[in-house]
Design a protein around this ligand. Structure first.
Ligand code: PLP
Length: 371
């Protein structure tokens, strides 16, 4: 099996797995208890929080553990709406992950206004697009750091400055970026950031939300005093430790990983060109290393996916068939990709564990299928 769907999920790091085991088997105490047996897990939790904070240049008190990217995104959209008695507007983009889009739809049903910015054909939300929609009644601007289907990286610092100039908060869904490119929340100036461990070789079902000190947001879950009484529920210590270990491992190797993955990406694209395969690469010039969205005119992405699967290769598509028609993804619709290209779109996502031999096998299979 060759795994080339790292934007969907990644392989758990062995170091992270090993770091998790003691907290599952032996040190299972509940961190909320006052006795000595709870001391070690309590310390592990504090250390994991500090490690994660350091990786993104935040303060440990600004890291809130969640069950993953979906929960972090729901918390931001709903929590900042519910904290705002003025019912200000939320601005987001039309090509966000459904965790953002469906949370926005939920607050719209409660009477809050949401505006959806359209990306350029290269998958960028421009400063001009935000300037034309923002006003002093905007409460929150939420724009993803990098798109999960096409990989395009957004001008976060610039967008954040515009939001702040209008008194609005700025959030970024950085699920595809954390652990893959350097993220510094101070440099970006942002107020909130969502991340998910299974996208950076950590365990599934755990993530975090960075909330800058002083940001107004209501609690996500009411109950116990965990996460500073903002997200109640007994902490998943093993997964939190696994997440911190995986993030630290990735951040320490970030330059080497970017170099390796970019070289593999270049190798794949050159091999396709050398074989005279014509394709459109979506996402413009600045993409997350390894996320490769390719459109082949006249091809069927879903058929390519299944043929690749028969060769033992895991990739993803940009379109999904239902019984009647081909459903083009909301991302490809938002970048205005024409229907025949959109139908022939696949996403290959290379990760740090992929090898040159694997990339060569992926390319060979793809060329054979397309020819
Ligand atoms: N946001 C983005 C950009 C994603 O790519 C994903 C997962 O694909 C999510 C949010 C949801 O993350 P999780 O799977 O941790 O709920």
């Amino acid at each position: 099996m060759i795994y080339a769907d790292n934007a969907a999920t990644t392989q758990l790091s062995k170091t992270a797995f090993e770091a998790m085991v003691p907290w599952l088997l032996d040190e299972y105490g509940n961190t909320s208890q006052p006795y000595a047996f709870a001391r070690k897990p309590k310390k592990a939790l504090a250390e994991a929080r500090a490690t994660i904070a350091e990786c993104i240049n935040a303060h440990p008190d600004e890291i809130f553990f969640t069950s993953g990217g979906t929960e972090s995104d729901n918390w931001v959209i709903k929590g900042s709406a519910f904290a705002d008695a003025q019912k200000g507007t939320t601005i987001t983009s039309a090509f966000e992950h459904h965790a953002i889009l469906r949370s926005c739809a939920a607050i719209e049903r409660l009477g809050y206004q949401v505006a959806y910015l359209m990306p350029t054909t290269d998958g960028i939300i421009t400063a001009d697009a935000l300037k034309s929609a923002i006003s002093d009644t905007t409460r929150l601007v939420s724009i993803m750091y990098a798109n999960n289907e096409i990989g395009s990286i957004q001008p976060i610092r610039e967008l954040c400055d515009i939001a702040h100039a209008h008194g609005a908060l700025f959030h970024t869904d950085a699920v595809q970026a954390v652990g893959h490119v350097k993220i510094d929340v101070q440099e970006l100036g942002i107020d909130m950031l969502s991340a998910s461990a299974h996208k950076f070789n950590g365990p599934k079902g755990i993530g975090f939300l960075y909330i800058r000190k002083g940001t107004e947001i209501s609690s996500y879950a009411d109950g116990g005093a965990q996460e500073n009484a903002h997200r109640a529920g007994t902490e998943n210590v093993a997964s939190i430790v696994g997440m911190a270990t995986a993030l630290k491992e990735n951040c320490e190797a970030i330059t080497a990983n970017v170099v390796k993955i970019s070289a593999l990406e270049h190798r794949l694209l050159s091999a396709l060109s050398d074989a005279n395969i014509s394709f459109v690469r979506n996402g413009g010039k600045k993409t997350i290393p390894g996320i490769i969205s390719l459109s082949f005119e006249g091809a069927d992405g879903e058929a390519i996916l299944h043929r690749m699967d028969l060769c033992g290769i895991c990739i993803s598509t940009g379109a999904a068939c239902n019984s009647k028609d081909t459903e083009i993804s909301h991302v490809l619709k938002a970048i205005n990709l024409n229907k025949t290209l959109a139908k022939g779109t696949i996403r290959i996502s290379i990760g740090k564990n992929n090898t040159t031999a694997e990339v060569d096998a992926i390319t060979a299979a793809l060329i054979k299928i397309l020819k």
